[in-house]
Write a protein that binds this ligand. Structure first.
Ligand code: 5GP
Ligand code: MN
Length: 334
């Protein structure tokens, strides 16, 4: 482990009230990292609040501590407020924490960041950021280890969830030797693999499966299969009373087509007048760059952005940019 946690430990040392914050549309890594870190810091006697603007998706509500997560509007009445340290986990920008509520606390309160995103804001903070890591939860594992925190099953379940979800169940190329070593250490705490797999990958709602089916029905592709896209329009979501979590996870399915290099999923959000675009890439086709062109971000293999307009307006623009990325990458690789 090559990280210098000393500045983070020094920052933490004289702080008592800690607020841990993750990103909007929370996933297994931001939730697992936040809840694992909270549990670890409480073992050291810290008073910790975990704050997420958006609700915990149903399939992650099993996470130990998920029920105690606060929403920003609950903070005025919450214990341990105001915090004397804010910790951001898995957030490349302050915008990722939500609609600006964090500005009540930053930059006036010291900030510590744990993350694994490359494209990011330059925020004044003590930062532990490594874009080569599969998951923020890996960093949290090492940080808690450096603090001498004792492991337990619930702590292991939190961090394992972060690593397992961000590696797609240890299938993505971000899975390294140390990733599996950490996972093995966490498993040794007594994790039930069957429970984990079912919670993380096989607990979707009927609503999700129906939305997935409808999105797959409108899937399109270039003749060579390299670019694949599908969408979910606002009228269909309304008709099926789709929840945000029903739409979550559809993007990944675009990568199931044989020969695909770039997969796009367009989610029309009529209340905000925007379309959320989720992007997936492989084999050197860097969708992190594609998302950045539209003001978003993420990793080279998984990224996203939110663009003003409806599907008819947004899709042609993004598809044109994706075609350019295809050609540029092909030229580079040949
Ligand atoms: P998803 O497609 O699942 O929404 O997001 C995949 C990844 O892209 C996320 O883990 C996150 O890193 C990144 N991402 C998605 N949307 C945005 C966005 O609007 N801004 C930034 N900076 N990153 C995003
Ligand atoms: Mn992550």
């Amino acid at each position: 482990m090559k990280y210098d946690f000393q500045p983070a430990c020094d920052l933490l040392a004289d702080k008592q009230k800690v607020m841990i914050v993750g990103h909007i549309s929370p996933d297994g890594d931001t939730l697992g990292s936040a809840l694992g870190l909270a549990r670890g810091l409480r073992k050291l006697g810290k008073q910790v609040n975990v704050v997420f603007q958006d609700a915990v998706p149903r399939h992650l509500s099993f996470l130990p501590g998920a029920a105690e997560i606060l929403r920003p509007d609950q903070l005025p009445e919450a214990s341990y407020m105001p915090p004397d340290l804010v910790i951001l986990v898995d957030c490349a920008t302050l915008e990722r924490t939500g609609n600006g509520w964090i500005n009540d606390y930053l930059p006036q309160i010291p900030l510590l960041i744990f993350d694994h995103h490359a494209l990011r804001d330059d925020i004044p903070a003590v930062s532990l950021v490594d874009p080569h890591l599969a998951a923020t939860a890996e960093l949290i594992y090492w940080f808690l280890q450096s603090l001498g925190v004792s492991w337990d099953l619930d702590l292991a379940r939190c961090l394992y969830t972060g690593i397992c979800t961000d590696t797609g169940g240890f299938r993505f190329t971000n899975t390294r030797v140390h990733t599996l070593q950490i996972a093995a250490e966490l498993l040794a705490q007594g994790i039930n693999m069957e429970e984990m797999r079912i919670n993380l990958f096989e607990s979707r709602s009927l609503g999700h499966l129906k939305m997935l089916g409808l999105a797959l029905l409108n899937m399109q592709k270039t003749d060579d299969n390299k670019l694949v896209w599908c969408s979910m329009d606002a009228v269909t979501k309304e008709k099926y009373h789709a929840l945000p979590e029903d739409i979550d996870g559809i993007a990944g399915e675009t990568m199931q087509l044989e020969g695909v290099k770039i997969g796009l999923f367009f989610d029309e959000r009529v209340e905000q007048g925007t379309v959320k675009v989720s992007m997936r890439g492989r084999d050197g086709y860097n969708v992190g760059k594609l998302a950045a062109e539209f003001g978003g971000g993420g990793h080279y293999a998984a990224s996203g952005c939110t663009i003003s307009g409806n599907l008819a307006e947004v899709m042609p623009k993004v598809l044109a940019a994706a075609e350019v990325l295809l050609k540029e990458t092909e030229a580079k690789l040949s």
